[in-house]
Design a protein around this ligand. Structure first.
Ligand code: 0O2
Ligand code: 0O2
Length: 208
């Protein structure tokens, strides 16, 4: 398997989507509006992780492209839960890619306690042999959800997917606490945004 050649279109997709999603953030800033996007990251799944996932799910090499949907992975992190749905709505209206699946793990959290909104998209990239539809995943989550997921991911890695029961229970409680934080912040969202607008305006004032 020539991994470099196989992954090239995915690298292209991640780079293009980074530009586009960061561009949305910049546009909100130019217009001095609250940006529903706090930050954007993207990565191409490392080859050992692709192989692990294929092995664990019994996916043959010929099916990797279709069945491993997060080889190209984008992450959009927001301040508030409402921002997530605002971004989803904006992405639904775009015509530079097609959404093939939506997974709302906020309404229906995963057993682990994981919350996020996932979009699986088909993104056309131009290659020297013409257009190629590449499957990519966009995860949209709040800062609190991201904090939880990052820590849980580290523990999963440490325990090779077998997190001890007592730690799992703690993680579930932590997930609920993170969600409570999101709910509380939503209630004072207008206050926070007003403060951020004032701060942003002052920051951009020319020094006299
Ligand atoms: P800025 O405006 O300087 O913060 P890149 O290729 O570097 O553009 P990549 O490879 O996705 O993008 O980089 P990375 O390191 O994964 O992080 C992407 C952006 O997210 C970086 O900003 C980080 O500063 C930002 N980031 C990561 N974690 C956090 C976080 O917890 N809070 C906040 N606010 N930002 C975070 P940029 O793109 O360099 O731009
Ligand atoms: P990585 O790169 O290590 O993050 P499905 O067949 O739909 O059940 P699938 O195809 O894996 O499962 O899709 P899913 O579960 O919708 O989303 C996959 C990605 O979401 C994962 O990628 C994680 O990034 C994230 N995710 C899903 N569940 C959890 C969770 O319980 N904890 C954390 N921290 N992240 C989660 P990978 O493959 O794990 O790769």
């Amino acid at each position: 398997m020539n991994w470099e050649a196989f992954l090239a279109p995915y690298v292209q997709v991640v780079e293009e989507l980074k530009v586009k999603l960061k561009g949305m953030r910049a546009q909100f800033e130019y217009e001095s509006q609250h940006s529903p996007i706090e930050f954007v990251t993207g990565r191409v799944k490392p080859v050992p992780s692709i192989l692990d996932k294929a092995y664990q799910r019994n996916i043959g090499m010929e099916k990797i492209e279709r069945e491993i949907q997060d080889i190209a992975g984008m992450r959009v992190v927001c301040q508030f839960v409402d921002d997530i749905y605002a971004i989803v709505e904006m992405l639904r209206t775009r015509n530079d890619f097609t959404i093939i699946e939506e997974k709302d793990y906020i309404e229906e959290k995963k057993d682990s306690g994981y919350r996020s909104f996932h979009l699986i998209i088909e993104y056309p990239v131009e290659t020297i042999r013409g257009e190629k539809q590449v499957v990519a995943e966009i995860q949209i989550r709040t800062l609190a959800m991201n904090f939880w997921a990052t820590n849980e991911h580290s523990l999963n890695y440490k325990y090779e997917g077998q997190i001890p029961k007592n730690i799992k229970a703690r993680l579930k409680r932590a997930a609920e606490a993170a969600f409570k934080l999101d709910e509380e912040m939503s209630k004072i969202k207008d206050e926070v945004q007003e403060a951020q607008r004032v701060f942003h305006t002052n920051k951009n004032k020319p020094i006299e």
